[in-house]
Design a protein around this ligand. Structure first.
Ligand SMILES: [Zn+2]
Length: 270
């Protein structure tokens, strides 16, 4: 029996990196997306040229995937999948040969509380998966939800026992840039132009308020929401999550030392 083709990748089911075997491949190598995108002279890829079924020996699961290769009008009209393998039957992934698993599995979140409470890191993982599925709007909406939830944790850390404003824009303002509008005599929409980026609170406000606004666009606007905006949202979200954790940590430390809790100065909190 002929040795099966394989490639090396992280398995979308179990996450282990190793050999994934190709157990079946489509015979017709018609590019599914041909007439949908990239069909002019600038076309660089034949997306989805082959559909394959793969097997992960680690978790013993089958997963489907699509193979995209660099565009070549003559070669790709008759080429077979094995023509892309080397003498060891390995399909080498690279800039000109890509394999995307059709449905990246998202491990269901583990809830350790009752009622089950969502975790910010689960939502962030969902947003990353949506990005890989090119669901741009979903990325924007999920990142806004992360801001909503995390800002409540931040509020509870800063003002223990005090009810948080239910409106997100107001909550961010009161939590991070309280009094700035009155001091600078500016409107709410202008606040981001008057921030001091040496202050961790102001940096947090900048990131979180931008995600809030962009998430509103993703949820409500008619105008298309693009990949670059979704990518920016993931970056801003990762950034503010890291900074908010260290901000809350310094608040907790300060409240252990003194009572009532004092807010650390911006330069100490960095
Ligand atoms: Zn696996």
């Amino acid at each position: 029996m002929e040795k099966p083709l394989f490639f090396k990748s992280s398995c979308p089911r179990c996450g282990k990196y190793g050999k994934i075997f190709v157990v079946a491949s489509s015979q017709d190598n018609e590019c599914f997306y041909l007439n949908k995108f990239h069909c002019d002279e600038w076309r660089e890829f034949d997306f989805g040229l082959f559909s394959i079924a793969c097997y992960c020996p680690e978790c013993k699961n089958y997963v489907s995937a699509s193979v995209s290769v660099a565009h070549d009008e003559i070669k790709n009209a008759t080429v077979k999948l094995e023509n892309f393998s080397n003498e060891n039957n390995e399909l080498k992934l690279g800039a000109e040969f890509m394999i995307d698993f059709d449905v990246p599995a998202l491990l269901p979140p583990q809830h350790y509380s009752f009622p089950p409470v969502i975790s910010v890191s689960d939502i962030y993982e969902q947003a990353r998966k949506c990005y890989s599925l090119q669901a741009w709007e979903a990325v924007g909406i999920l990142c806004r939800k992360i801001v909503d939830i995390q800002s409540i944790f931040m509020w509870q850390t800063r003002h223990p026992g005090k009810e948080h404003p239910s409106n997100l824009a107001q909550r961010l303002e009161e939590l991070l840039v309280k009094g700035i509008k009155e001091k600078k005599k500016i409107a709410r929409s202008e606040v981001s132009e008057f921030l001091n980026f040496d202050s961790i609170k102001h940096r947090l406000f900048y990131d979180m308020d931008r995600i809030r606004e962009s998430g509103n666009d993703a949820a409500h606007e008619m105008v298309a929401y693009h990949d670059d905006e979704a990518e920016a949202m993931l970056i801003f979200t990762q950034n503010f999550l890291d900074e908010s954790e260290s901000w809350m940590q310094s608040l907790r430390k300060a409240s252990q030392k003194t009572s009532p809790p004092k807010e650390p100065r911006a330069d100490q909190a960095r």
